[in-house]
Design a protein. Structure first.
Length: 125
């Protein structure tokens, strides 16, 4: 995702859709394991929400709804960040009809249960 957004040309000549964007990252995986959970993901969203970011991209899919993640995303939304979350990569139908005020789905009249956490890093990764 970082390259699609912020690639700056270079020798390969590839340019992202927003090459002047200030990209950041937040660690949400356990060191050395490649694993995460809703708590760590929520903490990453909250960390990003405390910085001056406008967009949080979350290319991670969770299997279960999480009130903690919902609260983290709401905090990001209150701080002016738009969250974009991965969906549909697990080959299941994306249907959830109970809307959240800060959730959006490109599918008509369908809101997805997990709203996106924005990953905007600060500090060492």
């Amino acid at each position: 995702m970082a390259g699609i957004i912020g690639a700056r040309g270079g020798r390969a000549g590839m340019q992202g859709v927003a090459p002047a964007a200030d990209l950041r990252s937040v660690r949400v995986f356990l060191p050395g394991s490649g694993k995460t959970n809703n708590f760590l993901l929520g903490e990453g969203i909250k960390q990003a929400a405390r910085t001056d970011v406008h967009l949080i991209n979350i290319s991670i899919v969770t299997k279960y709804p999480s009130a903690y993640l919902g609260k983290a995303v709401a905090l990001a939304y209150q701080n002016g960040a738009v969250c974009i979350a991965a969906t549909g990569n697990d080959d299941r139908d994306i249907v959830y009809h109970r809307p959240r005020p800060n959730a959006f789905s490109p599918f008509p009249r369908t809101l997805i249960r997990m709203v996106c956490p924005r990953i905007a890093p600060t500090g060492p990764i």
